[in-house]
Design a protein around this ligand. Sequence first.
Ligand SMILES: [Zn+2]
Ligand SMILES: [Zn+2]
Length: 249
Amino acid sequence: MQASFLFLGTGASAGIPVIGCSCHVCQSNKRLRASGLLTVGKKVFLIDVGPDFRQQALTHKISHLDGLLLTHTHYDHIAGIDELRVLKGALPCLLSKESFADLQRRYSYLFAKESISYVARLDCQVLPEETGETQFCGITIGYTTYAQSGMKVNGFRIGNFAYISDIREHSEEIYSFLQGVEQLVLSALSIQSSKVHFSLEEAVQFSKKVGAKKTWLTHLSHAIDHEAASRQLPSNVQLGYDGLLIELG
Ligand SMILES: [Zn+2]
Ligand SMILES: [Zn+2]
């Protein structure tokens, strides 16, 4: 089946430029908050719906979605959820039970018993385990769980493609989950180590251990200058950028 992945945003939680920052990266790089559009056959899935979703949808003329995959419920991954109200019908959404509970708490009006016609509608499908495979909108989707500052985060796998964001702490089992992945989208925040994200170097080591043929880094902060960092990376690891489309075969 033909599949592709479009990077809608590749920036960290503040995006680039960062409000009020005049560093050289903020003056020359542009990254919206991390999100992607995965097309599998005729099905179109959004991975995360951050605060820049409206702009991303307008730029890439997104008028239809078959489903939403949510990695976790930090602001930079869900704040565009209200924009989904322009879509017709309830949007199937695949997420953990913790993410579902958090969405219900933060966006209670989306789940009100009395249906309000002008809010987004989600048809939530809760992941049954911490790691495994499930059917979602007729497609087999692998999923795994790790933690970011106490919040559970899900990584997703479709065939030989995987999307792993907001990762640092993880168990060794993630390597068996990712075994055979050829194209990996992976988050890396900065040059320096951080408690909750991989640095560039840690992401390179992780990608090596997975053995992915190609890794694209995303969720990048203004500590990373696209050109300067690209020169330092091994040839099979590249920085993603907004609007980059990769064919998954
Ligand atoms: Zn994030
Ligand atoms: Zn800056």
